[in-house]
Design a binder for this molecule. Structure first.
Ligand code: ZN
Length: 464
């Protein structure tokens, strides 16, 4: 075992056996040491949560480790040593577009003309570090205290197999530098993070180093459905667990958000990804803790129960007897049944119109759609009133031209009536976790809650 690997092992063991609470521990030591420890703990399952916050892909500050043998002294003494000695220097930097060996080595804190010449000359190293498409890779380097390169490593995804990665290692040997590329299997892992949503809903403040893809997912999860506006707002607090694929502890691929918690205005929402193996095949979805789908249909039902007695389109009018275009659907319900607005909006019209009887027009928030509710026995809203989804706007009746009590419901898009049946069918779909999968879901969501609670403690400011 290399000396630094050995001390890494020892400090890790002592850290774990010391039983210090992580938060308490990190509170007592400066940033540099916590970053060092985070690195030490890479690969340790029990340290995974510390890593989640404290080991960004590119450390903000140089990380130093002692590469001498240290007797097992009290933890605090070891940490003092870690902080005050520097034999091997460890640096990380990302490759950039138009990088040269000189510019990369400079960012890595290395001043070594031989190393620079080697990186210019060696095709294997050049391809891995400076070719098209190589920008953005994390390079880690070890140097001696004369700033001479000892070892340099870079890892990247295999372009043809996304379960594998490639690794370049440049090493100094007696006869000069060598460069070697090998490959390995990516290891799936989970990362925890928490923070506060920043100015732009997609920017996350704090020290969490969330990949952009994860913040986009978070924003989508807490929206009303695909393509709708997110409910994630500035100042909201979040915690989440997401899947990654690692190469030697470095995240090379980011996967799905597995669970998330959003606290806004004192209200906390949860989302748990669950792939249902039951009736709907392997399709996965995000669910609230109770098993309800987080995806809200665009519109709710206007009535508690849906029974269409007359569809949209050409029909023989039941009263007039002639063939006419039916501009909506007729929904059967007893007189006096409450009628609800299918979505947020503004009352465009509330009153009597020939044929429709007592009728309410609601213009919806997007300004594009209007819904119409006809033959009402009573109207409960006023013109221009702002109403919310599910709010009662009146009751079922048979005013206007109607053979009996029913709700005439229309959906108009840019003023033209369209068939509302698909929208009503969607509103009616039960999207909750099916009964057969409930036990599996309950188990998974309980585990996720535990992880979210840990993630929550990683909130910026909670440590230092
Ligand atoms: Zn009708």
């Amino acid at each position: 075992m290399a000396p630094h690997a050995e001390i890494q092992q020892r400090v890790k063991q002592q850290f774990i056996s010391s039983g210090l609470a992580v938060a308490d521990f990190i509170h007592r030591y400066p940033r540099r040491i916590t970053a060092t420890l985070a690195l030490l703990m890479l690969g340790s399952a029990s340290g995974a949560f510390a890593v989640a916050k404290l080991a960004p892909a590119v450390p903000a500050e140089p990380i130093r480790l002692v590469s001498e043998d240290v007797a097992l002294a009290p933890l605090t003494a070891q940490l003092d040593q870690l902080d005050s000695h520097s034999f091997t220097l460890y640096h990380s930097a990302r490759t950039q577009v138009a990088d040269s060996p000189a510019s990369l080595l400079e960012r890595l804190g290395i001043a070594d003309p031989q190393a620079s010449a080697f990186l210019r000359r060696d095709k294997v190293a050049r391809d891995a570090l400076f070719s098209r498409g190589a920008a953005g890779r994390v390079v880690s380097a070890e140097a001696d205290d004369q700033q001479n390169l000892k070892q340099l490593t870079v890892r990247w995804l295999d372009a043809s197999d996304n379960t594998r990665f490639n690794r370049l290692v440049v090493e100094k040997a007696a006869e000069g530098f060598t460069a070697k590329v090998d490959s390995g299997a990516l290891v799936p892992a989970e990362r925890l993070a928490s923070g506060v949503v920043g100015q732009d809903a997609l920017t996350v403040t704090g020290d969490t180093h969330l990949p952009a893809d994860v913040t986009h997912q978070l924003s989508d999860i807490f929206s009303n459905g695909p393509g709708t506006k997110s409910n994630v707002r500035k100042g909201d607090r979040f915690a989440l667990v997401y899947q990654v694929w690692e190469a030697d502890g470095e995240v090379l691929r980011v996967g799905r958000v597995l669970s998330a918690e959003l606290t806004a205005g004192g209200k906390t929402q949860h989302a748990v990804w669950f792939a249902d193996k039951g009736s709907r095949g392997d399709r996965g979805d995000y669910y609230a803790l109770g098993g309800e789908s987080l995806y809200k249909p665009r519109y709710d039902l206007p009535l508690g129960k849906l029974r269409i007695t007359s569809g949209f389109g050409l029909r023989v009018h039941p009263v007039a007897g002639a063939t006419r275009h039916h501009e909506g659907v007729d929904l059967a319900a007893p007189r006096g049944t409450p009628v609800h607005a299918v979505a947020d909006g503004r009352v465009e019209f509330a009153g009597v119109q020939h044929g429709y009887g007592n009728v309410v027009y609601v213009q919806h928030a997007d300004g594009r759609d209007t819904t119409v509710y006809g033959h009402l026995s009573r109207i409960d809203v006023k013109m221009n009133q702002r109403i919310t989804r599910g709010e009662q706007i009146g009751t079922v009746g048979s005013t206007g031209i109607a053979t009996g009590p029913h709700l005439h419901f229309e959906l108009r898009v840019n003023g033209s009536p369209i068939n509302p049946s698909p929208v009503l069918a969607e509103a009616q779909t039960d999207t909750a976790v099916p009964g057969v999968s409930r036990a599996a879901f309950a188990e998974q969501s309980a585990a996720m809650l535990g992880q979210l609670a840990i993630a929550d403690q990683l909130r910026p400011g909670g440590f230092e």
